[in-house]
Design a protein around this ligand. Structure first.
Ligand code: ADP
Length: 399
């Protein structure tokens, strides 16, 4: 099947057209600055180009995208009817959606209603879905970032706040990056079964998605039992510009000391903290490593804090599962950063993990990073778009 995978932001629309049988990407690109001045469209298929074009809203952006896909010279298909299904990345599925869902008016309303929990994302996702409903009759599926984490037991997802906030407002841990954690879990379990005889139902793995946003999940028997992100994608690890775990009273303390509103504080926690906040230099891990190499102490502290926060969660999740068969790395940092993986995996012998420094030099490819008789640490590049395409096919075909 040919599946169009869409990731709609408030002013952007990223797409990939994927052949689900061959797993080939037939075309991809993105519309940027929708509804703003300076809009532009980037396309990569038979030809690669970028053009400036105003897009009043998501419907206009989608029409431009469909025109590009069906362009006789540079397009990937002859007619829009060749698109068998559309898969949408949707950030929040709440407690209702533990699996992808075929979209209809009711599911769309649910996504809109969940905007209270993801005000920056769900309204934008809903815009993309509505625009598609207006333009095409192809079946559409929502694939939720939170869904894979819905198997967490209640003692892992509850916060020790007054119970009414859970009952009345749905305040609990949901977790994010679920599509990525699911993809690398699927790949890791196949690998561990084939090469190491680990039965998927008995498996214990820790999946580390380390990118601009980062999260870790404990996956037992193929099901998430805990994850580092929470009600929002803010807690857990230190990220590019997000703080990760902070004493909640430190937040109210800073607000009072500096006369900062909750909205401003939220911006500080989301956009000015993390690698950027500590280093004072950059949110990009490559810059932090470079700064550290040049003797910058704040960059060194940033690196040490990131590595330590990852290590701590791996230890916690190994305890939660009574062991671990494999630690799996993905995302821009997880797939590429030799120093970060080295920092995390050094002094992990108590878990039976012995790093092979040569193998750890790998970048952007599947690899086993450990010595022969070691517990496993793997790199598996993520592919969220492919996962969304495969889930979409599964919902549409019922298989
Ligand atoms: P997103 O979460 O936005 O999808 P990515 O998964 O692309 O982000 O990850 C971006 C992060 O990956 C950045 O911090 C970047 O510095 C880091 N990264 C990419 N390549 C490397 C590399 N070679 N070494 C270290 N970090 C890298």
């Amino acid at each position: 099947m040919k599946v169009l995978v869409l990731n709609s932001g408030s002013s952007s629309l990223k797409f990939q057209l994927i052949d689900s049988e061959t797993e080939d990407v037939l075309a991809k690109g993105q519309c940027d600055r929708i509804g703003l001045d300076g809009g532009n469209f980037a396309y990569k298929g038979k030809e690669k180009y970028k053009k400036d074009i105003q897009m009043a809203d998501h419907s206009v952006a989608l029409k431009i995208l469909f025109d590009a896909l069906t362009n006789p010279e540079s397009g990937a298909i002859k007619s829009v009817d060749e698109i068998d299904a559309i898969g949408h990345r949707v950030v929040h599925g709440g407690e209702k959606y533990s699996d992808p869902v075929l979209l209809d008016e009711k599911a769309l309303k649910d996504i809109d209603d969940l905007s209270a929990l993801a005000p920056l994302h769900n309204p934008a996702n809903a815009l993309g879905i509505k625009a598609c409903m207006e333009i095409t009759k192809a079946p559409q599926v929502a694939v939720f970032d939170t869904a894979f984490h819905q198997t967490m037991p209640k003692h892992a997802y509850m916060y020790a706040l007054p119970y009414k906030y859970y009952e009345e407002n749905g305040v609990r841990r949901y977790g994010f990056h679920g599509t990525s954690h699911k993809f690398i879990t699927k790949e890791a379990l196949e690998w561990l079964k084939k090469d190491y005889g680990v039965k998927p139902e008995d498996s214990k793995i820790i999946t580390c998605h380390l990118g601009n946003g980062s999260s870790i999940a404990a996956v037992k028997g193929g099901k998430v039992i805990d994850t580092t992100m929470g009600l929002t994608p803010e807690p857990g690890l230190i990220m590019g510009t997000r703080a990760g775990d902070v004493d909640p009273s430190a937040i109210t303390f800073i607000e009072a000391k500096h006369n900062i509103s909750p909205e401003e504080m939220d911006k500080i926690l989301n956009k000015k903290s993390g690698l950027l906040g500590i280093s004072g230099k950059s949110s990009d891990m490559r810059d932090i490593i470079e700064g550290m190499g040049n003797g910058d102490e704040r960059c060194k502290l940033t690196y040490d804090m990131l590595v330590y926060s990852i290590k701590k969660f791996i230890g916690a999740y190994a305890a939660a599962m009574n062991g671990v068969d494999a630690i799996v790395f993905t995302g821009g940092i997880g797939e590429n950063s030799e120093p970060v993986r080295r920092g995390v995996l050094t002094n992990m012998e108590f878990l039976g993990v012995h790093l092979d420094p040569e193998k750890n030099k790998v970048m952007g490819e599947r690899a086993d990073l450990t010595t022969d008789n070691s517990g496993k640490a793997l790199v598996i590049p993520t592919n969220e778009e492919l996962m969304i395409a495969l889930e979409t096919v599964s919902v549409v075909t019922g298989k």
